[in-house]
Design a protein around this ligand. Structure first.
Ligand code: F6R
Length: 580
């Protein structure tokens, strides 16, 4: 979703900061955005603002062609993912009112109330603009920039990560965080505020994550943090663990391909680093709560956990769970799964459970994220930084982590599974050919039984989000109850059929598709005459889902490539979904 970077030159900072902002915005591209902008003050305290719809490259070219005759000394940059107001230059951030410029992530729920209460006419269609309007208004009432900012923040309802600069007080940069991440960094000659440690990589060796309600004021070469009651506080300084290796493509064409290639290694790394913080066998039942791909990891784990341990597992979509008033059991463990650790629905669902005093465990990939910080028990998955908007390797680490909660390590043949995943990656030629055949399908239906069913959902999600081809996942036994009506010569069915206890039944379902002129790709075991198939090594009920996952990720990737699409930044999507 939206990204923020703000830079303040210290006294000794002689550099023009526009390049620093643009480069950081490029590193934030992976979060997903539709427009971007930059506002900065020059050495005679004049604001310059450039905003653009589309890629950062366009903004960068506009900034380069902008005749800057004075050095930029403090500035803010933003990538916007539209929520309130269409994608347009007018709605892009930074918003500017008089000499105040702000960038905002999140949603201000009471912006309409505030606008009418303070007689504000918004120029844009956004909720965010009310922030610059209010700060400017309070400065007219003789408050200084810092006081006006604090007063404004105290009136806001909703979620925010905000940065602001002001012409009248050009040596100050201010930020505030509630429900949307914000971190501080610093170097010898600059101080930074960003929504993401990746924006600060190569700028700051350390990061300081703000906590809920914190405000940071950067001036006089230092930063000061205030908590929600405006009391000065110290927050932990941590190493910025985002390395250049994390943010390069390692010679491959796209981050998504690099991340699929990492899947076998992620499996091994997750296995080696796993430490169990909680004995789940002492709970009567488990709730697995998440969104999107992380939710599918939960669905997969339900098959394993119930089969292996007999513990009841409820799998819940976080956005439904948080509003549904669900019947909760105090003897259950509530497990929240999230790659980013910032998904607002998952975070709020977890807060509901914490408020009721029940035990929570989070399984999260991003260090120091809100979900991992706030849960009682925590496990970090070790997938490494995931930049492609479509989640791939994180699913592998989430699934294995959930399995390790219940199964002894010596029962998981990780090396054999990783080798089988690697053999799938080595068959890229097959997937390239296959992509040509399926890319123009009207619909692609993925089907599987047992543990292959959640993988069919994952395959369909990945396919639709990066190729824009309508795709759905379906339990193979269900197709007769509706989806079979879709079948004709323009439809491809991807049958996930490893050699497991469901094999014969799944293949019978495939025959039903063939009988209706549907086209078939079988991934698993055996082949159906005159139809496409790819064999995977059988690694049993534990291993097959991992290998099938790599296969469906490869299929989606090469199909999107064959359509010439940007796989890392699919349209309308964001990496970290911090708004509802
Ligand atoms: C799909 C995808 C999304 C995420 C979902 C949850 O490829 O990436 O469906 O899985 O937005 O995100 P996290 O796991 O960060 O909570």
């Amino acid at each position: 979703m939206c990204g923020i970077i703000a830079v303040l030159n210290k006294d000794n900072g002689a550099n023009d900061i526009t390049n620093v902002i643009i480069e950081a915005l490029e590193r934030l591209e992976y979060r997903g955005y539709d427009s971007s902008g930059i506002a900065y003050l020059d050495s005679i305290n004049k604001t310059h603002r450039i905003r653009s719809v589309g890629r950062i490259e366009k903004l960068s070219n506009e900034v380069k062609s902008y005749a800057l005759d004075k050095k930029a000394i403090v500035g803010i940059g933003h990538t916007r993912w539209a929520t309130h107001g269409v994608v347009s230059v007018k709605n892009a951030h930074p918003h500017k009112t008089d000499g105040i410029s702000i960038a905002h992530n999140g949603i201000i729920e009471n912006y309409k109330e505030l606008s009418s209460q303070f007689n504000i006419n918004l120029e844009s269609d956004t909720d965010s603009e009310v922030i610059s309007q209010l700060i400017a208004k309070f400065m007219e009432d003789d408050l200084n920039f810092e006081e006006s900012f604090k007063k404004t923040v105290s009136l806001l309802r909703g979620t925010y990560g905000i940065v602001a600069i002001c012409e009248e007080e050009p040596n100050i940069l201010i930020g505030a965080k509630k429900g949307s991440p914000l971190a501080i960094g610093y170097s010898v000659d600059q101080i930074y505020i960003a929504s993401d440690a990746i924006a600060l990589s190569s700028l700051s060796e350390n990061v300081i994550y703000l906590q809920e309600g914190d405000i940071v004021v950067c001036k006089n070469n230092k930063y000061t943090i205030y908590d929600k009651d405006f009391k000065e506080v110290a927050r932990e300084i941590t190493n910025n663990i985002v390395s250049m290796k994390d943010i390069t493509k390692c010679g491959l064409e796209d981050y998504m391909l690099k991340e699929i290639h990492e899947e076998p290694n992620v499996l091994l790394k997750t296995f080696e680093n796993f430490e169990n913080p909680v004995d789940i066998k002492k709970y009567k039942s488990l709730y697995l709560i998440a969104c999107g791909t992380s939710h599918y990891a939960g669905l997969l784990a339900k098959y394993w956990i119930e089969d292996i341990s007999g513990i009841l597992v409820n799998v819940e979509i976080a956005s439904e769970f948080r509003y549904r008033n669900p019947v909760l059991d105090k003897d259950s463990l509530y497990i929240f799964i999230s790659q980013s650790g910032e998904t607002i629905d998952t975070l709020c669902a977890m807060r509901n459970v914490i408020d009721r005093g029940f035990d929570t465990l989070s399984i999260v990939n991003v260090e120091n994220s809100s979900i991992i910080r706030e849960s009682k028990y925590k496990i970090r998955t070790h997938a490494g930084m995931e930049i492609g908007v479509a989640s791939t390797k994180a699913f592998i680490s989430q699934a294995l982590t959930l399995l390790l909660l219940i199964l002894e390590k010596n029962k998981i043949p990780t090396h054999k599974i990783a080798e089988s995943m690697q053999s799938v990656i080595d068959m890229s030629d097959f997937f390239e050919d296959m992509a040509q055949k399926i890319r123009n399908s009207r619909t692609i239906i993925y089907m599987g039984r047992g543990t292959s069913y959640p993988i069919s959902l994952e395959g369909a999600l990945k396919m639709k989000e990066i190729t824009y081809v309508s795709s759905e996942g379906c339990p193979a036994g269900e197709i007769k109850h509706g989806p079979i009506a879709l079948i004709d010569t323009d439809v491809y069915a991807v049958i996930l059929a490893p050699h497991d206890r469901y094999y014969e039944k799944t293949i019978s379902n495939a025959q039903e598709i063939i009988a209706r002129n549907g086209r078939i790709l079988t991934i698993g075991s055996g082949r159906i005459q005159n139809h496409d198939s790819i064999e995977i090594n059988n690694t049993g009920d534990i291993g097959n889902p991992f290998v099938l996952t790599t296969a469906v990720h490869m299929l989606a990737y090469y199909t999107a490539k064959s359509k010439g699409l940007d796989v890392d930044k699919p349209r309308n999507l964001a990496k970290s979904v911090t708004v509802e």
